[in-house]
Design a binder for this molecule. Structure first.
Ligand code: S3P
Length: 429
């Protein structure tokens, strides 16, 4: 149990360099493993999820040197059969991307995960991979999975749900398949895999509307230097905190601002939040310095087309909506039900404990920020979900009494030092 206290009356002040982007850190390791030559990764996210990828690749025979300043992947040796099953712990991205990568390797691999990961749907990945010729068995569409590597054929596939994980799994398989793979998305999702394949020397064709990606199989990758930007999905907790706590001003240097990831910035601005964005010159994915100032908020309406760019920040959208002057409606977010927890359920149950007027929909929620909020139950629970835990730590800043958080350790999945970094901006005058 971790005690969460309110923000100081002078507000939040200071600067936080948020850890590296989780999506990009996973991909840098995997492409580095497939590439010829050395890949150096700076500002790598040393969190439980990314370390699961790192350890899995090491178990597959990839030499990786891990240092505080940089991670070096020594590519070119190829992957070898692992002696043991690969423990993916809580890491959904790692699992789904590795399925695509391993489906084309000439050996058998086994993947398993923790209780939460073992409940998450894998058929969305195994089904298109099977069409490519992959031989993957699961427990009724769930982990554990056994992947019998095969020579794969290219596929032309239309994703039934907008998912960067599924798109990326197919691209990693397609890179190693015969022919040209085409992935069509109902809505554009994060494009880190496409961008990173290009940085490693592959040719990737993306349609002007960003809905279709084409990749010729058999292209060789060359190791490169990857500078990982700060994770927008981690920065979002401080953006929300500084917006909600009166008198705050917080600096967030070098945050990734790939347009497929900045939905939360747009939402905050549409709600009346104040975030100054100053681009910084860097190689690789775009980055910017952010300055966030406290603001009062208006309600917002989000529908399916808005969701992919803000999918991981929707717990925070609910929290901001709880402090907006009106009723917000979020629809088209049914994918939240298959995240680390059923996030619609966990957002609703935990915010209700804080007295928030929130209504659950099958595909989202409505929040009336005008209702007076009184803590009904100070014992809140991350339910083992890192983003729910961190959202609750931000929520605690603006309630009238301390909260007690169950399973704060879940935060180690994406941001091990989150509570320390939050405490630091609570202390600076
Ligand atoms: C991710 C894609 C998204 C996102 C997840 C990371 C990725 O998942 O929610 O946190 O790195 O590709 P889906 O592909 O399931 O939408």
């Amino acid at each position: 149990m971790t005690v969460l206290t309110a923000a100081p009356t002078q507000g939040l002040h200071g600067s936080v360099r948020v850890p590296g982007d989780k999506s990009i850190s996973h991909r840098a390791l995997m492409l580095g493993a497939l590439a010829q030559g050395t890949t150096t990764i700076t500002h790598f996210l040393a969190s439980a999820d990314c370390l699961s990828t790192l350890e899995a690749l090491r178990a597959l025979g990839v030499p990786i040197t891990y240092g505080a300043q940089q991670v070096v992947v020594h590519g070119g040796t190829g992957l070898k059969p692992a002696h043991l099953s690969l423990n993916m712990n809580n890491a959904g991205t790692a699992t789904r991307l590795l399925m695509g990568l391993l489906a084309a390797q000439p050996f058998t691999s086994k993947l398993f995960g923790d209780a939460s990961l073992s409940q998450r749907p894998m058929t969305r990945v195994t089904s298109p991979l099977a069409t490519m010729g992959a031989k993957i068995t699961t427990e009724d569409g769930h982990l554990p999975a056994v992947i019998h590597g095969q020579q794969l054929q290219a596929i032309d596939y239309t994703l039934p749900v907008a998912s960067a994980q599924v798109k990326s799994a197919i691209l990693l398989a397609g890179l190693q398949a015969q022919g040209t793979t085409v992935v069509r998305e109902p809505l554009p999702t994060r494009d880190h895999t496409e961008k990173m394949l290009q940085a490693f020397g592959a040719t990737v064709n993306v349609s002007a509307d960003h809905h279709t990606v084409k990749l010729q199989g058999g292209q060789l990758l060359t190791g490169t230097a990857v500078a990982v930007p700060g994770d927008m999905s981690s920065a979002a907790f401080f953006i929300a905190a500084a917006t909600l706590v009166p008198h705050s001003q917080v600096h967030l240097p070098s945050v990734g601002v790939n347009p497929t990831r900045t939905g939360f910035l747009e939402v905050v601005k549409r709600m009346g939040g104040r975030v100054e964005v100053t681009p910084v010159e860097t190689p690789g994915e775009p980055q910017a310095d952010l300055v966030v100032t406290a603001a009062s908020l208006q309600p917002i309406e989000l529908t399916a087309k808005d969701i992919p760019a803000v999918i991981d920040e929707l717990p925070l959208v609910a929290l901001l909506a709880a402090h907006a002057d009106g009723v917000s409606h979020i629809h088209g977010a049914e994918e939240l039900r298959v995240k680390e927890t059923d996030r619609i359920q966990t957002i609703v149950s935990e915010l209700r404990k804080l007295g928030v007027a929130i209504t659950e929909y099958p595909d989202g929620f409505a929040v009336d920020g005008r209702q007076t909020q009184t803590v009904l139950d100070p014992e809140v629970d991350s339910h083992g979900d890192h983003r729910i835990g961190m959202m609750l730590a931000v929520a605690a800043l603006v309630v009238e009494r301390p909260l007690v958080l169950k399973d704060a350790e879940a935060m180690t999945v994406s941001y091990p030092d989150f509570l320390d970094d939050l405490a630091q901006i609570c202390q600076e005058a």
